[in-house]
Design a protein around this ligand. Sequence first.
Ligand SMILES: C[S@@+](CC[C@H](N)C(=O)[O-])C[C@H]1O[C@@H](n2cnc3c(N)ncnc32)[C@H](O)[C@@H]1O
Length: 221
Amino acid sequence: MTAVHNIDHEREVWNAYAESTRDKVFDDAAPTFCWTQYADHGPGPEVLGEPETVLEIGCGTGRHLAFLTSRGIKATGLDLSPVMVKNTTERWGLLGVRFVCGDVLDHLTTSPETYDAIYSIFGAVWFTDPARLFPLVAARLNPGGVFAFAQPPAIPGAYGPQGMYKGGFAGPARYTYRYSYPPEVWEGMLREAGFEHARARLVDAPKPGYIGTLLVRAVCP
Ligand SMILES: C[S@@+](CC[C@H](N)C(=O)[O-])C[C@H]1O[C@@H](n2cnc3c(N)ncnc32)[C@H](O)[C@@H]1O
């Protein structure tokens, strides 16, 4: 199956998400760094190594970047939604986090900046064709740089781009895709894009029977 992305529609979907998470950004959000969907569970920023510069792709509420900035790391967040970027700049900009609005494929193609680590936590990696994205990430990492991302594991048998309509089924036809593969397929795609030490693993949920987290890490030669 070939996905047919409509980035304008995706931006609308994510603007709506940004409106719905406004309180999270301004009221609830404390700087934190967690790869899983369960607070204070699983590995932390050590997965990134010891970067001086990082880029989070699809950074959403920006909490992870705020955390890394507080540790002296030069942190940049990229997000497709201008509403989200406005909110996060207002919330975290004074700490020194830089937020950029754009589509990850466009941005990595046109921006010459490079980083010690690029990561995504339930972010742009989940919503972007890895065959197009991974080589661009590899090109924007410094030698020895780390690429890491987390998202829910694939539902058995549901692999490749998984289309989703926004909200109910009676409104404007706006949709996004999520990309899901078994761990060994993620590892193969990373190797094909030129990464080394590619490892995709499942972090168990804190409670038996709950949804775990796929955590993937690879290194640029
Ligand atoms: C589920 S949210 C991310 C959650 C984030 N880790 C947090 O803690 O808030 C996914 C984010 O990815 C962004 N995104 C989706 N597709 C993108 C793309 N093509 N380029 C850049 N950002 C994208 C969305 O705008 C959204 O803010």
